[in-house]
Write a protein that binds this ligand. Structure first.
Ligand code: ZN
Length: 391
């Protein structure tokens, strides 16, 4: 474990400013009920009581008249400069890969370029602003990978204690990074036990949670998920004259998928676009696809995949809503296709996690099914670099 030597003061913690003046409250994404600004860890209280948990999302009275790279965070519940340089990730044009996949244009949005190497930094930055605003003394995250190391880094940046609740098998490199940030790691026997522990400590007020702890599941902390809207804003700014027709997103409980769709919906509300791209979910075994086929989203979805970052046996309402609003489909590529996709991406210089490469194998399946047209302009959202996998 890496710890500062005695006598070294760590006094660079930042102070976060308060909520966006345009933020009026939070709105349930299922029943549309409006709630005052507060924390709703189990999502909308009415939908929770009904047995159909659903996320709430920050609701804004107005948006700034223009969206520019320098005012992008003015659209968030908690505006402010990047805390560790998160966001503004590269978008990479891959014409040869586009030709081999049989589409008109193909870009990769490389979220692995974030400070801790994954898209989670957008959520962690937004989440930690909220945690500091409510005076949280200790934040908590259930994770066996990217989210754990990301929240640990941003908690350190804000000078807030952090606990990462995980199951056995976290890689040595990640354990070392989390401990180096000064976070505590608690290892429990299974995912249910993770959520139970975080539920107990959060409801007692001891911990401030970043991630879901209820079953059926809801999305992560609403103020954290709000940070994912910036992916849509950046794509809009980067590709303005050539907007994508299709965006593919690796999906488990759909925080990122929903955040991107919500960002595009807000761009439409603000009058900056008239139509959303088709925003598709790619998952390692059937969950959302079963719901689209008629199963209830609050069910249990067993399945096996070696792609740990996209594991879990639950579906969230935000995933279902994102597909409906984003006019998206679901693809479920077999692991061997994703391994092949990872090799293909490595050969064009992009070494990404399997949980990112899955969107390229998903593109292959959506092309075969003629869901994506041969003149399509496609963005593949790659969530994390590959260095952490297999450490
Ligand atoms: Zn509701």
């Amino acid at each position: 474990m890496i710890t500062p030597s005695p006598g070294i003061e760590c006094s660079d913690a930042v102070t976060i400013r308060k909520t966006n003046p345009a933020l009026s409250g939070l709105r349930c994404i299922r029943c549309q009920r409006f709630w005052p600004i507060d924390d709703y860890f189990c999502g909308c209280p009415d939908c929770f009581k009904e047995g159909y948990p659903a996320s709430v999302a920050p609701d804004f009275e107005y948006f700034p008249p223009v969206l520019k790279p320098e005012n992008l965070s003015d659209w968030l519940a908690y505006p402010g400069q990047p805390l560790l340089g998160e966001g503004n990730t590269p978008i990479i044009d891959l014409p040869q890969l586009a030709a081999s996949m049989g589409v008109g244009r193909l870009w990769v949005k490389n979220e692995g370029a974030n400070p801790t190497g994954s898209h989670k930094d957008r959520m962690s930055a937004a989440f930690i602003r909220r945690a500091q605003d409510v005076g949280a003394r200790k934040v908590a995250v259930a994770s066996s990978g990217n989210a754990g190391v990301s929240v640990a880094a941003y908690a350190a940046r804000a000078g807030i204690a952090c606990v990462v609740v995980t199951t056995a098998g976290m890689s040595k490199g990640l354990v070392q990074a989390i401990e180096a940030h000064g976070s505590e790691i608690i290892t429990v026997t299974n995912s249910a036990a993770r959520w139970e522990l975080i539920s107990d400590r959060s409801q007692s007020g001891e911990w401030y949670p970043a991630t879901n702890f209820t079953l059926p599941a809801v999305g992560s902390n609403a103020f954290g998920v709000d940070g994912y809207r910036t992916v849509a804003f950046e794509l809009f700014l980067s590709l303005g004259p050539n907007p994508p027709t299709d965006i593919l997103v690796p999906t488990s409980r759909a925080d990122l998928l929903w955040g991107i769709v919500k960002g595009y919906l807000d761009l439409r509300t603000a009058g900056l676009i008239t139509e959303l791209p088709h925003i598709h979910a790619i998952e390692p075994f059937p969950r959302l696809s079963r719901v689209l086929d008629g199963e209830d989203y609050i069910g249990h979805f067993d399945g096996q995949s070696p792609i740990k970052s996209l594991g879990g046996t639950t579906v969230t309402y935000q995933g279902v809503k994102a597909l409906l609003q984003g006019r998206g489909c679901v693809a479920t590529p077999p692991t061997e296709l994703t391994i092949e996709a990872r090799c293909i991406l490595s050969r064009v210089g992009l070494y990404v996690e399997s949980a990112s490469a899955i969107v390229l194998s998903g593109l292959g399946l959506l092309r075969q099914a003629s869901v994506i047209a041969d003149d399509a302009s496609v963005v593949l959202v790659m969530t994390s670099h590959g260095y952490k996998e297999g450490l």
